[in-house]
Design a protein around this ligand. Structure first.
Ligand SMILES: [Mn+2]
Length: 329
């Protein structure tokens, strides 16, 4: 099957390739609460640029979650606290991040970089770069990165592992935003002799006992709004303390909520010291991105989130449920 970019996308990729070839030192970064799509995309591009003998660093706001440590070159990923702001780059490439604010403390480094390339598949991207390649029709940033890496040099097995992980993760195991093109790209990556079953197991089948203990507590908070087909789950701070866990251990919880028959929207409330985080999932009828946007968040129609600063978990629950009242079903 032929997979061809539209003329507009093709032009963007060419523009980006030109810049990447013309400059020497690069920063690659992505959003806070880094996820599988972001990490896979960063690493695939990192490998590409290394092959072109460029100086490249990946610096993120957060540490890499341990489930992604199997990815090739993942040990090269640094955090802002490891590097500080005393680093200089010719260009910064920001992946999978809807706004400049979303890069967190790495913004301190970005501020001094003269040229920014912004590549993302979030509809709400604010076009903050000198070049912006934004396209919400792609399943993941990894899918976009496939085309860019393919243009720069031949995709190798290590890159295929990273890109396959990106796509698998962001589609929740080929569930959301998948079409025949996504599948064709996945096929091409598998053709590089990667092991798709092993990658899926690494991402979805390595939950820790700690995480399961946290889930047990969280299950007791489940509430259903049958009329509006909403299911909510709450994780107050004390749950983390009781189970010696942190936010990383909530991976997959919100996806569980919409796996329930009859539920259209799943909402997970996670309390933090300085506010409450909201993760939302939808089966597609309801646009949760529009709800997240009301609270300065973002994402996609089927998966979105926001953070309400200095607000307790119960207050945030009421605010979100109130907002959903006005959402058309
Ligand atoms: Mn993504």
């Amino acid at each position: 099957m032929e997979v061809k970019l539209s003329q507009r996308n093709e032009k963007k990729v060419e523009e980006i390739v030109k810049i990447l070839k013309s400059k020497d030192t690069f920063l690659i970064t992505s959003h806070i609460n880094i996820d599988g799509d972001a990490i896979g995309s960063e690493l695939a591009l990192y490998i590409c640029l290394k092959k072109l003998n460029k100086k490249v660093q990946i610096i993120n706001n957060d540490k890499i979650p341990s489930i992604f440590k199997f990815l090739p070159f993942s040990q090269k990923i640094k955090t802002y606290f490891m590097t500080g702001k005393k680093v200089n780059f010719d260009a910064g490439i920001i992946l999978d991040s809807g706004s400049l604010e979303r890069v967190g403390n790495v913004k301190e480094i970005i501020k001094k970089i003269p040229f920014i390339i912004n590549i993302d598949h979030h509809l709400t991207n604010s076009n903050f770069g000198n070049i912006n390649w934004i396209n919400p029709y792609f399943s993941s940033s990894g899918e976009m990165m496939y085309f860019l890496c393919d243009k720069l040099n031949k995709i190798d097995r290590n890159q295929a592992i990273c890109l396959y992980t990106s796509i698998l993760y962001d589609t929740c195991g080929f569930v959301h935003r998948v079409n025949k093109y996504t599948m064709e790209i996945a096929k091409r990556l598998i053709d590089k002799k990667i092991n798709p079953e092993k990658i899926a197991q690494k991402i979805f089948y390595e939950k820790s006992i700690k995480s399961v203990n946290l889930f047990k507590l969280a299950l007791n908070t489940l509430k259903f709004d049958r009329k509006r087909k909403i299911c909510i789950m709450k994780i107050p701070l004390e749950f983390y303390k009781k189970t010696k866990t942190n936010e990383e251990h909530t991976e997959g919880f919100v996806d569980f909520l919409i796996s329930i028959k009859g539920v259209e929207v799943g909402i997970l409330f996670k309390e933090k010291k300085n506010g409450t985080k909201v993760s939302m999932r939808s089966k597609g009828k309801i646009d949760v991105e529009s709800v997240a946007r009301k609270f300065d968040g973002g994402g996609h129609r089927e998966a979105a989130g926001c953070f309400l600063e200095n607000k307790k978990i119960d207050e945030v629950e009421s605010l979100i449920m109130e907002e959903l009242k006005w959402t058309e079903y």
